[in-house]
Design a protein around this ligand. Structure first.
Ligand code: FES
Length: 597
């Protein structure tokens, strides 16, 4: 238990001095925040370009607001700081990433992102570096539009490429972030429309603006006032900085990152390997790799909706080996695990964040094909737990006979009426219809209430079923010669509950001996010629004063000892038996020692 406390909970406690919203902040969240600052800049900038569709004057008018806002010292400082951090963290992410099995969108984002500084260099040199060195402060669209469209036309292609590249990079980043948000499902068509339309509108706007400028420069007075080209010696200095030294420095930084990756790979190989055991396979990987990276390296199917960014939690695994040597969860990992309700379980870790140093055995918790829709809907995966539940099986008698000389439509209709009558009774009493198999229904009670309440809910359900089916028989008296008959089995006990299934077809259900016994009790109603058999356990926990119920000892297949049960020929009597006496408070563990008198 001491070890358990040292895992997820420990990490959360370690960060508990911080406000909740700060606990989950890691490098990726900082990179995202910086990206958002830059996105707001380019959005407004491109919007400004698009206003050229209206007129050059409109562009100019908006530009004054744009310049006013972005030149406020704190805003200006935030923008440049965000750009520097975003680029640095991009290089850091390139270093950290252990594999290059990217999705196409991720590759596009990576390549486009790293090409932005090179494409931006010339424009940035004229608009910013010239200001820092020679005090040239840009105040109008006229010089760049004239310069690009008249003096250096190839720059139009460079600028349009830059616009497309920067916008696409930003939109892919936003998509990876927003697709996990619940509003994305309804908002994406609008967001997509903006993403698609803004670049062409910005290009058309600059074209229109440039055409107006080309006409305006024919007026010498206007030209003298607005067009003030950089003197060639100054231009040469700026070009040298932005088109020679900067690309060399930038390329060196990227080469350095790859060199550092190489050094790390060599060092990790020297440190040795560790084995990751999956349910059906074992792989050996160098120390330093995360569990998710091990899965990707060996193409082992593993859910990872956010691509290892510690956002989605879909990569989570259950550790089924010794956990004592595992590194503690980072603040971000603990935050994400707590957000999906598994923070208190130290055996659950994020595969994309966990980098073990010794052999480990894991079971991926979620299906590998889970998508962003699963995360958006905030579905909770029930990964399996043992708990006390009341199980009820209800089965229609003689459905085969019912189908004789009837159209398939009529048979399905009648069975649906029966299933509906049963399900209504279950939900009305507070239980959950869990599975429908043919003409049978399996229901669970006690998933969110105490044992006594669950048992009483099950008995009340039986009474309601009896009345609902009686009403059904009354309704179909003319169509169905023999009244619909049924059998009910109820038992309570510990069961394993969790999501069972394959790929998209999973169902939350219960398994275990107590469930099997309920099924067998239902089956035995045929032999004992009654409508309901419940175990003594249910009767006892429900606190029934039930002298009227026949007590029997029966042998259950697979059980050595005979089992005491109560046999009910008419479940409607349970309505009066369950109502008067409310359940007494239970002890903390939910035990109740009242006897079924
Ligand atoms: S892959 Fe999304 S949290 Fe690990």
């Amino acid at each position: 238990m001491a070890l358990q406390a040292s895992a997820n909970v420990g990490a959360i406690k370690a960060a508990s001095g911080l406000p909740t919203w700060l606990r989950g902040i890691g490098a990726r969240q900082v990179r995202l925040a910086c990206g958002l600052v830059m996105f707001s800049y380019i959005f407004l900038h491109f919007f400004n370009h698009a206003l050229g569709i209206i007129s050059f004057d409109t562009m100019e008018a908006w530009l004054q607001w744009h310049l006013w806002w972005w030149r406020i010292p704190v805003v200006n400082g935030t923008l440049y700081t965000a750009a520097a951090i975003h680029l640095s963290l991009g290089l850091w992410a390139l270093y950290q990433r252990r594999h290059f099995r990217y999705a196409a969108a991720e590759i596009a984002q990576l390549v486009l992102g790293f090409s932005i500084p090179l494409l931006l260099a010339s424009h940035f040199g004229v608009e910013r570096v010239a200001g820092w060195i020679y005090g040239r402060v840009p105040v109008s669209y006229a010089p760049p539009l004239f310069g690009y469209w008249v003096t250096r036309p190839y720059m139009v292609a460079v600028q349009f490429t830059l616009l497309t590249v920067a916008w696409t990079h930003a939109c892919i980043g936003l998509y990876f972030w927003l697709r996990l948000k619940s509003f994305f499902k309804w908002a994406w068509p609008m967001l997509f429309a903006v993403a698609i339309l803004l670049p062409p509108l910005a290009m058309i706007g600059t074209y229109h603006g440039a055409q107006e400028v080309i006409q305006l420069v024919k007026q010498p007075q206007w030209r003298a006032l607005h067009i003030n080209p950089i003197p060639p010696p100054q231009r040469a200095v700026i070009d040298q900085i932005t088109l020679f030294y900067f690309p060399i420095g930038y390329a060196a930084a990227i080469v350095l990152v790859f060199a550092a990756r190489g050094v790390r790979t060599v060092r990790e190989r020297r440190r040795g390997m560790f084995t990751v055991s999956y349910p059906h396979r074992q792989v050996r990987v160098p120390k330093g790799l995360s569990i998710l990276e091990a899965s990707l390296r060996f193409r082992i199917p593993h859910a990872s909706v956010c691509g290892g960014r510690a956002r989605c939690s879909t990569c989570r695994v259950r550790i089924v080996s010794d956990r004592s040597k595992l590194p503690r969860p980072s603040g971000r990992e603990a935050f994400v695990l707590a957000r999906v309700g598994v923070g208190a379980d130290p055996s659950i870790r994020l595969a994309c964040q966990l980098r073990p140093q010794s052999d480990i055995a894991v079971i991926p918790v979620l299906q590998p094909n889970i998508d962003a829709g699963f995360v958006r809907s905030k579905q909770r995966m029930h990964i399996g737990e043992e708990r006390y539940v009341v199980s009820m099986f209800v089965d229609m008698r003689g459905s085969t006979k019912l189908s004789e000389r009837r159209l398939p439509f009529d048979v399905v209709f009648l069975i649906n009426q029966f299933v509906e009558a049963i399900s209504q009774a279950i939900t009305e009493a507070g239980g959950q219809p869990n599975q429908f198999v043919g003409d049978g229904v399996f229901a669970l009670f006690g998933l969110d209430v105490d044992r006594a309440t669950a048992c009483r809910q099950a008995l009340r359900t039986a009474a309601l079923i009896a009345s609902n089916v009686a009403y059904l028989n009354h309704r179909f008296a003319t169509e169905v010669r023999d009244p619909i008959q049924y059998g009910i089995g109820i038992h309570a006990g510990e069961a394993i509950v969790g999501d069972i299934g394959f790929r998209g077809r999973t169902v939350f259900t219960a398994l275990g001996d107590s469930v099997n016994v309920a099924a067998r009790l239902q089956d035995m109603t045929k032999n004992l010629n009654c409508l309901l058999i419940m175990s003594e356990e249910v009767c006892k926990i429900a606190g029934l004063s039930a002298d009227v119920l026949t007590r029997r000892e029966i042998q259950i297949r697979g059980h050595d000892e005979p089992m005491t049960v109560r046999v009910v020929e008419d479940p409607t009597v349970l309505a009066s038996l369950t109502e008067p006496e409310p359940a007494e408070p239970l002890s903390e563990d939910g035990e109740d020692n009242r006897s079924c008198s």
